[in-house]
Write a protein that binds this ligand. Structure first.
Ligand code: PEP
Ligand code: MG
Length: 551
């Protein structure tokens, strides 16, 4: 790192997670519990006013929790709803409120301050307990504390929604749940302290078409809110308070890059062929209506991966069939006449939902996720299947099953799909047409079992983000083992070759929808092993089609 110069210019080094250049003003994003909240002292006569604010916030949170509890009980069962019951009981606990009142009276601090202190004290007390059950309550206290604090600061909850135009987000890391809140047009770049090229921060940056730099150690301490930043998403550097010379240089390269992009977009509507006339379809990975609009305007040949986790994360309650049909119709409207690959919900591991509690799994990444979770919570699965059948009336839908390990999972899912179709026929009197069902190949075991999986699948799609992490046993979001992860892509190429050959033997399509397909250096190797369908971040479609045409 260069020493700090007079104007405070400093170059922070990290790793590129999304290419491109941009400039913007730093917007620091932290978990609400580690933010410096608005604190102030109060007078004795203000205690009752602050206490009333706390009771109101508790009331609002309780209302949300109770409606969630009911909804989760209906969709997932009583056991899953238990966590919300426990949360509601904590908020109704008189001792907690008395403790907060005491804090207000003795410390004479505002409501937010008192809530944060008391919840933290209770969490620490639980954490110190020997009994595991009691210990786990510490997390409940933190979770509830977040909810109550968010409720106080209504607009602050949606801090990312209110991000000012021209911002560069600086955060420890970003989670899938953060994406749903991002006002895309206002974000110019992402800088994170953690994260690898396949982390969620990276996927978010690429899906927004903005540069991203990860592994910038100490970024949150180094960068202040409002600092002027230049991001070089090729070199993986962040310039804080750039000099005049740097501003001129990057201003010019940004202009140049924009012109090149415009040229590529003009040609992107046509199907891409290699020089030796191999036709390569380029599909889009999408999660929102904005993504679909970008994908269509940039010449996608179809939707190769529609992730629905964000839809679930955005909803306060567990989505039912009506909610899914309504929101998916809205998302898919700009993609009329295009093939849509709807991936069934893949939660568990790194993607958690507030209302599905699979806590206490010793190793969640090796736990109940993807199809494993869907087969356990059948109502959750059936809701999605029925929504897909209803949508298939107006869209060319196919279903993609995440984290498949064995062919029996697909077989069981097919039986459930048939049952959903039967129920819809009884309900509406209409026969639904069959929807193709494909397996997502994301584990080495699935590669080993590929012949049997291909026997029962209508298509295959390779999710390299997970396939690599499971192959080299190195977490995709774990900076300590990023070198292992990077080496895993070579191994994944061998797997991809095997899966593609099996798909060819079965006469079914085999696409690659993991981030390897979005990286220019892998395009040729993928085509060389016979892959002819890539599914990529929408913004990258023109660039990827251009690179295919040069092969
Ligand atoms: C993958 O694992 O490659 C993939 C596309 O799925 P996700 O990134 O959503 O886990
Ligand atoms: Mg995956």
């Amino acid at each position: 790192m260069k020493p700090e110069s007079d104007n405070g210019q400093k170059i922070l080094k990290g790793k590129s997670i999304s290419k491109g250049y941009s400039t913007g003003s730093a917007f620091l994003y932290q978990d609400i519990l580690s933010r410096n909240l608005h604190y102030y002292s109060i007078e004795k006569e203000d205690v009752s006013r602050e206490l009333a604010r706390i009771k109101e916030a508790f009331g609002r949170v309780l209302e949300d929790i109770e409606s969630l509890e009911k909804n989760v009980k209906d969709e997932l069962g009583r056991e899953q709803a238990g966590i919300f019951k426990a949360h509601a009981e904590i908020l109704k606990d008189k001792v907690l409120l008395e403790d907060i009142e005491k804090e207000l009276k003795t410390e004479l601090v505002n409501a937010e301050h008192a809530v944060k202190n008391v919840f933290r004290r209770w969490a620490n007390k639980f954490r110190a307990a020997k009994n595991e059950m009691v210990k786990s309550k510490a997390e409940d206290m933190e979770d509830l504390s977040r909810k109550v604090l968010c409720s106080f600061m209504r607009c602050e909850v949606n801090i990312l929604e209110n991000i000012p135009p021209g911002s560069v987000i600086v955060a420890r890391r970003l989670l899938p749940s953060d994406t749903v809140r991002l006002k895309r047009k206002n974000v110019n770049g992402i800088v994170v302290e953690q994260g690898s090229p396949v982390s969620h921060s990276a996927i978010i940056a690429r899906s927004l078409g903005i540069p991203g730099v990860a592994e910038v150690k100490g970024a949150l301490g180094e960068i202040n809110r409002g600092d002027e930043l230049i991001l070089d998403g090729y070199k993986g550097t962040v310039i804080k308070n750039p000099t005049g010379k740097e501003k001129t240089f990057y201003g010019e390269v940004i202009d140049k890059e924009k012109k090149v992009q415009e040229k590529l977009i003009k040609k992107a509507g046509n199907i891409a062929k290699t020089r030796d006339e191999k036709l390569i379809k380029v599909y889009a990975n999408i999660a929102s209506v904005e993504d679909v609009k970008v994908a269509v305007s940039r010449g996608c040949d179809g939707i190769g991966l529609l992730r629905i986790e964000q839809l679930y994360m955005y909803s306060k309650i567990l989505p039912d069939e009506k909610y899914l049909v309504k929101n998916l119709s809205r998302i898919l409207k700009p993609a009329e006449n295009k093939l849509v690959t709807l991936r069934l919900l893949d939660i568990g591991a790194d993607k958690q939902l507030p209302y599905i509690d699979i806590e206490d799994e010793p190793s969640p990444v090796l736990g109940l996720r993807g199809v494993r979770l869907l087969l356990k919570y059948k109502n959750l699965l059936m809701t999605q299947l029925k929504a897909a059948y209803i949508l298939s009336k107006d869209h060319q839908i196919r279903l993609l099953v995440p984290i498949v390990t064995f062919h029996q999972e697909i077989e069981e899912l097919r039986q459930i799909a048939t049952e959903c179709k039967r129920q819809l026929k009884i309900r509406y009197g209409l026969k639904r047409k069959d929807i193709p069902i494909g397996a997502m190949i994301e584990t080495p075991a699935a590669v080993e079992n590929i012949e049997k999986i291909a026997d029962v699948s209508d298509f295959l799609s390779i999710g390299t983000n997970d396939l690599v992490q499971y192959s080299v046993a190195a977490g995709r979001d774990n900076p300590n083992v990023s070198e292992y992860y990077e080496k895993g892509s070579d191994l994944a190429m061998k797997y991809i070759h095997r899966v593609r050959r099996s798909a060819a033997r079965h006469g079914i399509e085999c696409s690659v929808c993991g981030e390897m397909a979005s990286e220019l250096k892998w395009i040729k190797p993928l085509i060389d092993v016979g892959i002819n369908v890539l599914s990529v971040s929408p913004y990258l479609i023109p660039l990827i089609k251009d690179s295919i045409r040069k092969i």
